[in-house]
Write a protein that binds this ligand. Structure first.
Ligand code: HEM
Length: 484
């Protein structure tokens, strides 16, 4: 055998091995877990297809039957849980199902450079430290007045945009400006000027970063980020510029603030000054507060406005409750039921894989998961399962939550604690921004309902995002003034 033949054989073996790792799950994966064909993860590279359709066609039957599937995603095979009992076990056992965010999973990626080691992705002592610093400022009671002011500014922006066109308003971008303004005023004691100007520097810088980050080819093959590809080099530069600017902005705005005020940026700055957080940890957590604080509420509000447009009777019922009620927003039965039902059917962070087993694990005496396996979930799947939610699980029925606010709240809390509703995740690592997200949602929806009605733009193609966070894809809405 000559050298060329040897090289050729070695090449074929390496390529064959590489293809095998993509096409089939690792040999130690549990045999009683169904496998979703590997190509499902690549469909959106070639077709315009929504993640809802992908789920219904390729995943639903298997995951509803077994409560768990093996899915190829982000360059590896993962186990995806759907059954509430399995999810609960995962959420409870923090030490076996360790959080393993992008900084550990794909440390060389542009995504990891963006978000770093932060309160959402860290595990163990670092997470405890971040939580101690951030939790009080994230979970305080939020004053509704600044949120109302921001809602009014948003409404005038929407009205102006609607006046310019007989078609629909591309709403997502406006909602992003609103949720960013809320992060600024409620959490970081500053103003990013996202509602007063369309060219807020921080917002523009972050949009430039996002444009690079969410390119599907790099999300699917993060290893490409290690190559000197000009767009990846540029992305790293944009990230550097954005994060530096954000940290300077927070520090400048907080120079004159009373240091004893309960406020997230105060605690973060104090933690750096006293050596609890390093400068890098301050930066990483500031970036994640900025991202999680506005992206998730923005996605959720987009979906909520979509629901109100798609089902005009819901909009009418909400308006009736609004006009006939002096009741505080968080006690209004219909408003809260519509919000909970939207979270059930369309959890913004629908699919998430960011936990890794630190040791072999057993789920409900059914499934043995090997050590070092990535485990995640599809919240959309749990929210649509008839075994969990009844035969009408696919229908939007706010009334399912109850008829009075006590019942509705009890059902909501019970759905979360039993992991039937995982929009805000569960257990010790549940979302710390839920209170802010729900408060700003209630305020904006009621302010909008007072002044505008809206419908789907008939030219908009009704579909959810192809991948990533779940929300209506490039939603366009047509707004009309209620009292012109
Ligand atoms: C509708 C809006 C929101 C949704 C659906 C949502 C969803 C989630 C989910 C699913 C997780 C778990 C993530 C994981 O396992 O990696 C999470 C964690 C977290 N969220 Fe949210 N989130 C929302 C709004 C917010 C807001 C406004 C903030 C404010 C900064 C925030 C801050 C956090 C933090 C700090 C954690 C980590 C908690 C921990 O691990 O200790 N979220 N969120």
């Amino acid at each position: 055998m000559n050298l060329i033949t040897l090289i050729l054989i070695a090449f074929i073996v390496i390529v064959g091995y590489f293809i095998r790792t993509i096409v089939y799950p690792p040999s130690n994966f549990p045999k009683n877990v169904p496998v979703i064909p590997f190509y499902v993860s690549f469909l959106t590279l070639f077709y315009k297809i929504s993640q809802e359709d992908i789920y219904n066609i390729y995943i639903r039957k298997k995951i509803e039957e077994h409560g768990i599937v093996a899915l190829y995603f982000a360059s590896r095979w993962n186990l995806i849980l759907q059954k509430p009992e399995y999810l609960q076990e995962m959420f409870r056992d923090l030490n076996t199902f360790e959080k393993s965010g992008n900084q550990k999973k794909v440390p060389y990626s542009v995504l990891a450079a963006y978000t770093g080691d932060n309160i959402i992705s860290a595990h163990g002592e670092n997470w405890k430290k971040y939580r101690k610093v951030l939790q009080p400022g994230l979970q305080k009671n939020f004053d509704e007045e600044p949120l109302r002011k921001n809602s009014q500014q948003l409404i005038s922006l929407i009205e102006k945009d609607q006046e310019k066109t007989s078609g629909g308003v591309l709403i997502q971008h406006f909602l992003q400006r609103y949720t960013l303004a809320n992060v600024a005023v409620c959490l970081l004691n500053t103003d990013f000027e996202t509602l007063s100007r369309s060219d807020s520097p921080l917002h523009l810088q972050q949009l430039a970063v996002k444009k690079e980050i969410f390119k599907p080819i790099f999300l699917n093959f993060p290893i490409l980020d290690t190559l000197p590809i000009p767009s990846r080099i540029q992305a790293r530069k944009e990230i550097e510029k954005f994060s530096k600017n954000l940290c300077n902005h927070i520090r400048r705005s907080n120079e004159k603030i009373d240091k004893s005020e309960l406020n997230l940026s105060n605690s973060m700055i104090a933690a750096v000054e006293t050596g609890i957080l390093t400068e890098k940890q301050f930066r990483d957590n500031a970036v994640i507060v900025f991202i999680a604080g506005h992206e998730n509420p923005q996605l959720f509000l987009t979906t909520l406005l979509y629901i109100c447009a798609k089902y005009p009777t819901i909009q009418e019922k909400l308006r009736d409750e609004e006009t006939n009620s002096e009741v505080p927003l968080k006690e209004r039965p219909y408003l809260n039921s519509v919000i909970y039902e939207t979270l059930r059917m369309y959890p913004p962070i629908s699919q998430l894989v960011n936990r890794k087993t630190a040791r072999p694990a057993m789920l409900s005496n059914d499934v043995i998961i090997p050590k070092d396996t990535y485990v995640g979930y599809i919240g959309y799947a749990t929210g649509h399962d008839p075994k969990v939610w009844g035969a009408d699980a696919d229908n939007f029925i706010p009334e399912r939550w109850g008829s009075n606010i006590q019942e509705i709240r009890t059902n909501y809390l019970s759905a979360k604690s039993s992991s039937r509703l995982i929009a805000f995740h569960g257990g010790m690592r549940a979302c710390l921004g839920e209170r802010l997200a729900l408060t700003e949602t209630r305020v904006l929806l009621t302010e909008l309902l007072k002044e505008l009605s809206w419908e789907l733009d008939p030219d908009w193609f009704d579909m959810m995002t192809p991948g990533g966070p779940l929300s209506p894809f490039l939603l366009k809405l047509k707004f009309s003034k209620l009292n012109p």
